[in-house]
Design a binder for this molecule. Structure first.
Ligand code: ADP
Ligand code: MG
Length: 350
């Protein structure tokens, strides 16, 4: 069987089935943002790992090493946030190709450790090798949560409302601008010479290169017991919503007009090849939190005063749909990034 037929998530499902055992120590195993294991009578340890590969996840011609370190930390902490947990420590494993200098590695760790410090998290170990291919970065994050507060992808029920933090699509648009290296955008000389660029372009590029994991918001949602299911948006709204629907055995109606996009994305869409909605649905790497809330907990949710938008409702009909302002609807297919299928927006080199 070809991997392109199975797709990334089909492959993970098969790995999950092949790896089933009766004595797994995990309360939450393969299939969520992080695994959860009992730490004490009341607390669990959360563990997650993510790979960042040169020319797959990033391109060194437009990514500076500080941002690369920042992002490598951020994408991992985002998975801890998506469980409602607090990150505590990280490990990094690097495969470093010839041509990368020690100063560049130090700059990577300056960015990495900066992001960790903002989240009261510490680097505790890792591994270092030379690489015969590109730069290889593997990060493992370890966090903690009260067992009664963890939020999995599996708890959404029909009637629950669907919320998203922040805005969607900025990161994918920022990536496209970097790839275009459009002189009009001030991005021809990237990395160190990003002066005099328009603020809206700076915002989109920054959201791509230096995402901020929503750790505080995830923890507030967990402590208040508002959310029934949660995921971070790493692959695009359509794909990540699909994961919640699949794990919770439900469907969803998403109202197109409610999907929040930033003024910067609205403004820049004339220079980009697709509509803001496309970037919001299929783009990915926004690292916002997508979560569901039962109607009885809406008042409590609003009292938290988080920057949220209600974008839809969980349904018993198991197909996720996109509903227009005129009431028309169409099936919402997972259009986000898949490492083995070939029809999604691809980071790295074109
Ligand atoms: P995320 O986008 O939140 O990082 P992924 O889509 O990478 O999540 O992974 C989804 C789930 O599949 C996670 O529970 C992850 O630990 C698990 N997973 C991914 N790849 C593998 C693998 N090669 N072996 C075992 N589990 C995996
Ligand atoms: Mg995730």
């Amino acid at each position: 069987m070809k991997l392109s037929d199975l797709g990334e998530f089909g492959l993970i499902n098969r790995i999950r089935k092949l790896s089933r055992t009766k004595n797994s120590p995990a309360l939450v195993g393969i299939g969520d943002d992080a695994a959860a294991m009992k730490l004490s009578a009341s607390h669990v340890m959360l563990v997650t790992t993510d790979l960042l590969l040169e020319n797959v996840h990033f391109d060194l011609s437009y990514t500076d090493y500080y941002s690369l370190g920042w992002k490598s930390a951020a994408v991992n902490l985002s998975d801890i946030a998506a469980m409602g947990g607090s990150p505590r420590s990280c490990l990094t494993a690097l495969g470093i190709p010839q041509g990368i200098s020690a100063d560049q590695v130090f700059e990577f760790y300056r960015g990495f450790n900066y992001l960790l410090r903002t989240q009261k998290t510490t680097l505790i170990g890792g591994d270092t090798c030379s690489s015969a291919g590109g730069l290889f970065i593997s990060v493992t994050a370890i966090g903690e949560a009260k067992q009664s507060q963890i939020i999995t992808r599996a708890g959404a029920r029909p009637g629950d409302r669907i919320f998203i933090t922040g805005t969607l699509g900025d990161s994918a648009a920022g990536l496209e601008l970097l790839q275009l290296r459009n002189a009009d955008c001030g991005l021809r000389n990237t990395k160190t010479k990003r002066r005099n660029i328009k603020p809206e372009i700076a915002r989109l590029v920054e959201k791509h290169l230096r995402p901020v994991p929503r750790v505080d918001w995830g923890a507030k949602l967990a402590q208040s017991h508002c959310a029934s299911a949660m995921i971070d948006v790493s692959d695009g709204l359509s794909s990540d919503l699909f994961h919640i629907c699949e794990q919770s055995r439900v469907g969803a109606d998403i109202f197109v007009d409610r999907i929040p996009v930033s003024p910067a994305l609205e403004k820049m869409s004339s220079k980009l090849s697709k509509t803001p909605l496309h970037y919001a649905l299929a783009g990915g790497e926004d690292y916002e939190l997508l979560f569901t809330v039962p109607p009885s907990r809406l008042e409590r949710l609003h009292s938290l005063n988080l920057p949220l938008t209600e974008i839809g409702t969980i349904t018993a009909r198991r197909t996720p749909r996109l509903v227009g302002s005129d009431g028309s609807s169409r099936r919402l297919l997972p259009a986000g990034y898949d490492h083995f299928r070939k029809d999604a927006i691809r980071p790295g080199k074109r």
